[in-house]
Design a protein around this ligand. Structure first.
Ligand SMILES: O=C(O)c1ccccc1NCC(=O)[C@H](O)[C@H](O)COP(=O)(O)O
Length: 215
């Protein structure tokens, strides 16, 4: 398989796009979740996504969104994929794919072995899996918390669809995370920020360099 592909998630500024592209990102994520510091309005997301060249996958990240909310997002922003990051069921994954005609990436939070069957279930339903850390107790956000899970839990596990490792990744720990899990796609948000919702071009470049070394 080709080199390590990565997604920079939670872009909030138009200047984040060239930084991510220069680093070699293959996916860019836009967060639609008002409690998040990375939340974008539809016009702001349209402005940023509109600058992304063809061939780079633009992902809308939503949490238990209704059809009406998804209608507004998909109707207002140029997108290539929908990420479902809430408690959506396999049936909802199918519904969203059918209604919007876009591939669906389903996020599953992992903190113990008990979470692994969910990965298998969603690996049969979704077009891609995002294998993320479960949020800490009491967290406001179901993802983007900058925490990692025990990567050994998924060592050697595979699913029938492409999957991405996420949760607490940084330029510094990417090597170990990939070595332990065998991931060929990864996702990062907090690890390339200087403050919640504020991406750091130098850290994005460092993440891209770490990904290239693993490619
Ligand atoms: O990033 C957010 O603010 C967010 C809000 C609500 C649901 C999910 C969210 N992020 C999901 C992602 O795909 C993150 O990139 C992923 O959880 C990894 O985040 P991090 O641990 O901060 O690198």
């Amino acid at each position: 398989m080709a080199g390590l592909r990565f997604k920079i998630c939670g872009l909030t500024d138009p200047a984040d796009v060239p930084a991510a592209l220069l680093a070699g990102a293959g996916y860019l994520g836009f967060v639609f979740f008002p409690k998040s510091a990375r939340h974008l309005t539809i016009p702001d997301a349209a402005l940023i996504a509109g600058t992304v060249p063809e061939g780079i996958c633009k992902v809308a990240l939503t949490v238990n969104a209704s059809d009406a909310e998804l209608d507004a997002i998909v109707g207002g922003v140029p997108l290539d994929m929908i990420q479902l990051h809430g408690s959506e069921t396999a049936e909802r994954v199918d519904e969203v794919r059918d209604r919007f005609g876009l591939p669906v990436m389903k996020a599953v939070g992992v903190s113990s072995e008990e979470d692994l069957p969910k990965l298998d279930e969603m690996g049969r339903a979704a077009d891609q899996l995002l294998v993320d850390a479960k949020p800490p107790k009491g967290a406001d956000l179901p993802g983007g918390n900058g925490v990692a899970f025990d990567w050994r839990l998924i060592a050697g596990r595979r699913w029938p669809v492409p999957w991405m490792l996420a949760g607490g990744l940084t330029p510094e720990n990417l090597d170990e995370a990939v070595r332990l899990t065998g991931a060929r796609q990864v996702d990062v948000s907090s690890g390339v920020e200087r403050a919640p919702g504020v991406k750091d071009a130098d850290r994005i470049a460092a993440f891209g360099a770490a990904a290239r070394r693993l490619g």
